[in-house]
Ligand binder design. Structure first.
Ligand code: C2E
Ligand code: MG
Ligand code: MG
Length: 710
């Protein structure tokens, strides 16, 4: 390829000589563009900019006389150089101007040629090699620049040192991370520019570049290290280093790549925190608890000490959750967590085990007595009212205690035994604590067998309904019957619903059982009618669990159709907790049932949290005053006024009021006196089997007051 040479010369004969020498040369083909004035040369150079250099019309070199008609001396050179600094310029000079030519070389000219020494033979060769050298230098410069740009554009810090551990290079990221500029750092000892310490011990750690040089191999990450920036700021980093070799394979230094991992380390610390803590209360969760318990046990073993595990369950928490909603339930749990924390020492662990269960490790419980003192303190602390939104809630809890090593030598067994003891505390009337005893294992097994027994009870027809009459207190006539389930257990005999309904609700078998009760109750009521007995309302207890199941209304409709019972004769007894929980959908279900003609009764009224204004939202027909109020009616003035209030409230809301648990003549008289419309209780009759109930019903038809002398 021919090279374009720009010749700027106003001496015609000299210009001609140069053109001739270059055009017919053995040392490459040259195209000479000749101009006479500096301005023309400048124009040509500007056109042949950096981009055009490799194009056919690009200029490879400039030969310039500095004394032209339009420009004189060194200024000529400076102008040309300024227009195209990347193109090599050779100055053509007369002997008297040699000093200026030398000055031009200092200003950046490749060389100068004295016109008197011009030799048409050797000149082309010299020019060709000069052009080549200039091109190589330019290529090298470009490559270096490209490497520089690459190093600066990667996200990692890059830094290098020589064998004496003096800094030779930093890229931009390394400048930011160390706080040193490349110029400031160059030549300084590595330890001054790059200070790394261990994040835990805070001792200086060996720089991997020094290791790379010493061992002549790539060195991986230094774990857990922190870079201390020039201004003292600390950033967690990861680094790795490799030796640099010269062409003969000798180590001449090392290069290190490193990056800031503070954010990643903070994130992973946060993740591991979240995995070990409960998000609601921020207490350690099951996983961390197990860790801590195992640790505490090995410590206790070493010091031949005991420790206590407390399993705490909030009493009737489900009731709070169902009646006041999960939002308030959550706040109660947070409040419980706070109180628990105030009761223990810093060496103890309070954890949430899920739901309303908390597990506490008392690491310093040397004697069982110490655990007892702590539990007393805990129960007392929980008992003070918890103010959540406008509710003043009183909370109690049941606690089971297991002692290491007496009740178990591994975390799992200890926790299981503390749990059994807690269940025992629940059974013993709640709001108390129990130490684990080996017999409790047996009780836990019993519960397990209860659950599996329940699953078979339906198909083996072990359930039976008893009926308890509801009496019109004015006339003495039976106006209704409450169906109450019993379980004829092959080994245990007749089991009362209080012993298995809560278990059935928890394990899900309540739904099929309830369907059976509804069908059997409706069938029986219809059978009594068919037998010519006076029509009555059959009352069925429903649990909140089944009312919330989607197809409940459809089930009731189907069963009524199947049994042929008029919906007016069906009464469903529900509890306040169902209304309070998700009251919108509760109201919708109740309105649907009401629309079918079914009567709705609110059972155990007075024991929940519902208020009068709340009740008005629901289509309730009947209020059943809870037996606890009726029980002390004649001895407790508060209960008496409560009963009076419910009776008159029922009257004004047009709800029928039924007093439950009437056991004595005095109670009956009181209710009669205050015009309570209906009553139910042992005073009239215990719940009885269907056959017996038919007889009561038959007698009541003839002589309505017969039951009241029972
Ligand atoms: P409840 O609906 O409030 O039923 C009244 C309970 O009081 C019955 O207990 C009854 O035997 C008892 N009782 C009646 N009169 C008196 C009295 O004068 N004095 C005393 N001390 N008690 C009296 P039971 O049959 O043990 O039932 C207990 C609870 O079990 C029921 O309370 C009800 O909530 C639930 N239950 C019963 N049958 C079913 C059922 O088929 N399904 C559902 N979900 N729950 C049921
Ligand atoms: Mg009931
Ligand atoms: Mg009741």
């Amino acid at each position: 390829m021919s090279q374009n040479i720009l010749l700027i010369e106003d001496d015609l004969s000299y210009a001609t000589a140069i053109r001739e020498a270059l055009t017919d040369s053995d040392h490459g083909t040259f195209q000479v563009e000749w101009v006479r004035h500096c301005i023309e040369g400048l124009e040509r150079l500007v056109k042949s900019g950096r981009q055009e250099k490799h194009r056919p019309d690009g200029i490879a070199a400039v030969l310039a006389d500095l004394f032209l008609a339009d420009s004189h001396g060194i200024g000529t050179f400076d102008r040309l150089f300024c227009a195209a600094p990347q193109i090599p310029i050779v100055v053509l000079s007369g002997t008297q101007d040699e000093e200026i030519a030398k000055l031009a070389v200092e200003h950046g000219a490749q060389d100068y040629l004295l016109k008197t020494k011009f030799d048409g033979d050797s000149f082309p060769k010299a020019l060709a090699s000069m052009v080549e050298r200039a091109a190589n230098a330019e290529a090298l410069f470009e490559e270096k620049e490209r490497a520089q740009v690459t190093l600066n554009s990667i996200g990692d810090g890059v830094m290098s040192i020589d064998v004496w551990a003096h800094v030779t290079y930093l890229n931009t990221v390394a400048e930011t991370l160390t706080g040193w500029t490349r110029e400031e750092a160059a030549g300084r000892p590595l330890a001054e520019v790059f200070r790394v310490i261990d994040s835990t011990s805070r001792q200086a750690v060996q720089n991997p570049m020094l290791l790379a040089i010493r061992q002549n191999k790539t060195v991986g990450l230094t774990p857990n290290c922190v870079l201390v920036r020039r201004d003292g700021f600390e950033a967690a980093i990861e680094d790795s280093a490799a030796p640099i070799h010269d062409r003969r394979g000798h180590v001449t230094g090392a290069v290190m790549v490193f990056h800031d991992v503070s954010a990643a380390r903070a994130l992973s610390a946060r993740m591991s925190y979240l995995a070990q803590h409960d998000s609601l209360t921020d207490l350690p969760n099951r996983i961390l608890l197990k860790d801590r318990l195992t640790q505490s046990m090995s410590l206790a073993q070493r010091h031949r000490q005991k420790l206590a595990v407390l399993y705490l369950d909030v009493d009737r928490f489900k009731h709070i959750n169902d009646s006041l909603g999960h939002g308030i339930g959550d706040r109660v749990l947070q409040s419980v967590a706070q109180r628990l924390l105030t009761c223990v020492r810093s060496s103890d662990t309070v954890s949430r085990h899920g739901g309303d269960e908390f597990v506490i490790i008392l690491a310093d419980a040397v004697h069982a007595q110490d655990a007892m003192v702590s539990v007393d303190k805990i129960l007392l602390a929980l008992a003070a009212p918890h103010l959540v939104e406008q509710h003043d809630l009183s909370i109690t809890a049941s606690v089971g205690i297991a002692i290491y090593p007496d009740d178990g030598t591994d975390a799992e067994t200890l926790m299981k035994h503390a749990d059994f003891a807690m269940l025992h505390a629940k059974d013993s009337g709640r709001n108390n604590f129990q130490f684990f005893k080996p017999e409790m294992n047996v009780r836990a097994l019993e519960r397990h067998s209860l659950e599996s027994g329940l699953r078979q009870a339906l198909e083996q027809q072990q359930f039976v309904l008893h009926y308890q009459p509801k009496i019109n207190l004015e006339t003495g006539a039976i106006v209704g019957a409450e169906a109450l389930i019993r379980w004829r257990h092959p080994q245990r005999g007749l089991v009362a619903p209080g012993h298995f309904i809560p278990v059935a609700e928890e394990c899900g078998s309540i739904v099929p059982i309830s369907r059976w009760v509804l069908r059997e109750g409706c069938r029986q009521a219809r059978a009594w009618q068919d037998a010519g007995l006076p029509p009555l309302r059959i009352a069925i207890n429903i649990s909140a669990v089944e009312l919330r199941s989607k197809d409940y209304v459809a089930t009731v409709r189907t069963i009524l159709a199947e049994t042929g019972l008029d919906p007016r004769h069906l009464e469903l007894e529900l509890t306040e907790s169902f209304l309070m929980h998700d009251s919108k959908s509760a109201a919708a279900v109740l309105h649907e049932l009401k629309g079918m003609g079914v009567q709705l009764a609110l059972d155990d009224f007075g024991t929940g949290y519902s208020s009068l204004s709340y009740l008005k939202r629901f289509p309730i027909d009947i209020l059943k005053i809870d037996q606890s109020f009726v029980h002390d009616l004649t001895t407790d003035a508060d209960n008496a006024s409560m009963v009076r209030a419910v009776i008159s409230m029922g009257e004004s809301l047009r709800m029928r009021v039924v007093a439950e648990g009437v056991e004595t003549r005095e109670q009956l008289d009181f209710l009669h006196e205050h015009a309570c419309p209906e009553g139910q209780g042992f005073y009239f009759s215990h719940p009885v089997v269907a056959g017996e109930f038919s007889q009561l019903l038959g007698r009541s038809a003839v002589e309505p007051r017969s039951l009241q002398v029972y």
